[in-house]
Design a protein. Structure first.
Length: 393
């Protein structure tokens, strides 16, 4: 029995492909090489294995993130905000790009590397920006933020892929360059070449339904190998055709936040303060890395919160979870009547101070405009139902 399917419709039902799919590299009837079959043991998804439920909000900017320099009298404001669902994917490259723009502006002005610099915001974007400044020899850097703990940046899943963004075509070219730059940084972390960031990134197979949905095609041939067609076999009669990027990168976000803080600890100052206007800051060079806070601070109507739901897994078999998956399910309305794009993703995320077997995170929803006031809690259950459907459980 041979089933035909389209990729999107496919996920609505549990699919069983013929047993002959299991011969790696064998030649099918039509003469094409059949995809490699990879066996994956599904995670445990019953109630006892589900941990913390996390609600957090992506700082998305319609049109593109704001990566630009603004001259305000004698003051230079360098914007680095609005990275949506790809802040981790882009952060090191984005910091390099924006600090580069600021340096160009300084060279044409009076500034020097010994003058005070403020980085506003202590999420992944702010910390990588501060790190970039220190690397380039800026000696008087202060990170100011109203919050340092349990930020979106700590909670994020950790997939390296430029997804869930909204870029205009000319900006996409820059975003691709920034992403490649960031990939190079994380690959060095994953290979153990940067001792300060030990354990912050790992190279793992990363599965999508098709190449275009991965956002990674611009990286192929530059820093990544081409994706392969594979079939995932969950050992329970369910198989799914996917594409595999075997040099995908998982970023352990909470570990990286701690490592960045440790690296910066004795080199810069940290100050806890909420800023209502750039006028409250005396420095002549300010990096605006305020994520969702940038909306109010800059009166930027393009900033929007995109809500996401995550469930941490516990008591799992760590060796069975060394991969990442992202598949999209389609659109619907939440209980609060908000438009939701549902997907299923799973990454080998591990929160510090939890047991070694408390590994894995399941996501994810994308609810544009939803905030803490509309938590859409029912989405957590829908998430797990989608994950079980995917694995045929
Ligand atoms: C569910 C979910 C899953 C995600 N998964 C991934 C993923 O797998 N891969 C990926 O690449 N990205 C992912 N992301 C996206 C990523 O988490 C974000 O793009 C990134 O964390 C944004 O970082 P940030 O530093 O801009 O913002 P934040 O982490 O929110 O930090 C903002 C900082 O600015 C400070 N601030 C704001 N306003 C002010 C003010 N007025 N005064 C003082 N301080 C201020 C805050 O206190 C905070 O310190 C995910 C996001 C969500 C919600």
């Amino acid at each position: 029995m041979k089933k035909t399917f389209t990729r999107r419709g496919f996920l609505q039902t549990s699919a069983v492909l013929p047993a002959t799919f299991g011969l790696p590299g064998s030649i099918g009837e039509a003469g094409a090489a059949t995809p490699e079959v990879r066996t994956i043991v599904p995670p445990r998804l019953e109630g006892a294995y589900l941990g913390e439920r996390i609600l957090c909000h992506r700082p998305m900017r319609r049109g593109s993130p704001n990566l630009s320099i603004r001259q305000d009298g004698s003051r230079t404001i360098a914007h680095n905000y609005g990275h949506g669902g790809s802040g981790w994917t882009l952060a090191p490259g984005s910091a390099n790009y924006v600090v580069g723009l600021a340096e160009e502006a300084l060279q044409s002005g009076e500034g020097s590397r010994s003058e005070p610099v403020v980085v506003l915001g202590a999420g992944v974007i702010g910390l990588f920006t501060a790190f970039e400044l220190v690397q380039r020899g800026f000696s008087d850097v202060t990170v100011i933020a109203d919050r340092f703990e349990s930020l979106t940046s700590h909670n994020a899943g950790g997939l390296l892929a430029p997804v869930s963004m909204d870029n205009e075509p000319e900006m996409q070219v820059i975003i691709d360059r920034i992403g490649v730059d960031a990939y190079r940084f994380y690959a060095r972390v994953a290979r153990g070449e940067l001792a300060e960031f030990k354990g912050g990134a790992v190279i793992v197979p990363t599965y999508f339904e098709d190449r275009s949905e991965s956002g990674l095609e611009p990286y192929v041939g530059v820093v990544m190998q081409p994706a392969k067609d594979v079939v995932l076999d969950f050992g329970n009669g369910t198989q799914r055709p996917m594409v595999a990027y075997d040099d995908g990168i998982f970023i352990d976000t909470a570990v990286m936040m701690q490592a960045l803080t440790d690296v910066l600890q004795n080199r810069i100052r940290f100050e806890k303060k909420k800023i209502g206007s750039f006028d409250e800051l005396s420095a002549n060079l300010i990096f605006d890395c305020t994520g969702l806070g940038a909306g109010a601070l800059n009166n930027d109507p393009d900033m929007v919160s995109v809500q996401g739901h995550l469930i941490m897994l516990k008591d799992q078999m760590p060796q069975d979870l060394q991969y990442m998956i992202l598949v999209y399910f389609g659109e619907d309305k939440t209980d609060a009547g908000q438009k939701v794009k549902r997907s299923f993703y799973q990454f080998p995320k591990h929160m510090p101070n939890t047991g070694v077997n408390d590994i894995g995170v399941v996501g994810g929803t994308f609810i544009e405009g939803a905030t803490i006031n509309t938590p859409n809690v029912k989405e957590f259950d829908i998430l797990i139902a989608g994950a079980k459907r995917f694995y045929g459980l």
